[in-house]
Design a protein around this ligand. Structure first.
Ligand SMILES: [Zn+2]
Length: 388
């Protein structure tokens, strides 16, 4: 007996399951089949053992992977900073100050303009295989603009993050701004947010301020994550580990003590190599983290200033070429790792009960994502059990 909405997916050249009960890091299956019922995976195994289903779909020998889980993006913004990028590529150093120009453009945009821009970027991500995306606020920096940024983000994902503590607005006293963020701004933003975040970096917020922001969020039910150790060594990674946060993001400059703290706390180090690419900074050492037993994720950090890519395949290729990862490790970090960084057990894997969010590659194996950088290999995306 089959569910009327069940689909048998066959002709899978290579299936990445990320199932720890199967061999290898990716739990690879050759000549695999998947049965989808409704929005969920109902069966995974060898094609010759596959049960019947209501309809069939032939993947034509393509590799099938879990949809990419992009656990770090800033999609709610207006304006463009291509000129700043071009200037930086002529040798001007990156500073966080450019955020303020995006803040001005975002405040001036209508809800409709912001919403349609997020829709455009989410569609762009989806075409490149991303099926779960986290979206932060952080370009409003007023009670009204942070709340509306999150209300817009919530139309596209459950994984929304309040980042009022992105940068102190020009002309504002930092202590007074932290009070605003943890008071009225948090109250207005919390109904639309699952997470709270702060940019813990020289020139943004120090460790005490970041701790104050994360504590305030926790008191209203938001879970913490943190931007840390992007531009230089700093206290953010240690703070994230001490607070037992699910993830700490960037992790470009780490001491041995930072690496040990990440290993001991189980906090996921989310690596964002598009930022290092777009700011000509040294890449984070992913090899060092994995060798120490730290869990890692790969994400885009799509934003108009430091990294305007929406492409997880590009991040995978960079992680392999520049950060010491094998193709399997990079794919794992962009799927299961992203799910870990969002504390999600239902995505980033192709296992019974998981969301049927799939990527079909015009390639026989996941290796091609790094082997053929820049090539549009994503041939199809399934979201919630159906081609998107
Ligand atoms: Zn970010």
């Amino acid at each position: 007996m089959t569910d009327p909405s069940s689909v048998l997916l066959t002709g899978i050249g290579e299936l990445v399951t990320n199932d720890p009960d199967r061999p290898g890091l990716l739990g690879l299956l050759a000549d695999a089949a998947v049965v989808v019922e409704g929005s969920r995976v109902a069966w995974v195994g060898s094609a010759r053992d596959a049960p019947a289903a209501d309809t069939a779909y032939d993947a034509g020998g393509r590799a099938v992977l879990p949809g990419f889980v992009d656990s770090h993006s800033h999609l709610v913004f207006a304006g463009d900073r291509a000129a700043e990028f071009a200037a930086r590529m002529t040798g001007e150093p990156y500073t966080a100050g450019g955020i303020r120009s995006t803040v001005a453009a975002t405040r001036a945009a209508t809800d409709e303009e912001l919403t349609s821009h997020v829709a455009h970027l989410v569609a762009e991500m989806r075409r490149q295989g991303t099926t779960t995306v986290e979206i932060k606020s952080g370009y409003g920096l007023t009670v009204h603009d942070e709340a509306r940024s999150l209300a817009i983000a919530r139309q596209f994902t459950e994984e929304t993050t309040f980042l009022g503590a992105h940068v102190v607005p020009a002309g504002t006293d930092p202590a007074a701004y932290v009070e605003l963020v943890t008071g009225p701004m948090l109250a207005a933003a919390a109904p639309y947010a699952r997470w709270i975040d702060a940019f813990c970096e020289t020139g943004a917020f120090d460790a005490d301020q970041a701790r104050t922001v994360l504590d305030a969020g926790r008191q209203v039910g938001l879970r913490g994550r943190l931007h840390a150790n992007q531009l230089g060594p700093g206290p953010g990674v240690q703070l994230a580990c001490e607070l037992g946060l699910v993830a700490v993001d960037h992790c470009t400059y780490l001491t041995d003590a930072d690496v040990a703290a990440l290993r001991d706390s189980g906090t996921v180090a989310t690596l964002l190599p598009g930022v290092e690419f777009s700011t000509r900074q040294p890449f984070p050492d992913a090899r060092r983290l994995l060798d120490a037993g730290v869990r890692i994720a790969l994400a885009s950090d799509c934003n108009p200033g430091s990294c305007y890519t929406s492409s997880i395949p590009f991040c995978i290729a960079m992680a392999v070429r520049e950060m010491g990862l094998s193709p399997a490790e990079a794919v794992h970090a962009a799927t299961r790792g992203g799910a870990d960084a969002l504390d999600r057990a239902d995505v980033g894997r192709v296992t019974v009960g998981a969301a049927a969010d799939l990527v079909l590659l015009d390639a026989p194996s996941h290796v091609h994502l790094a082997y053929r950088p820049g090539v549009p290999l994503v041939a199809g995306v399934w979201l919630g059990g159906r081609p998107a």
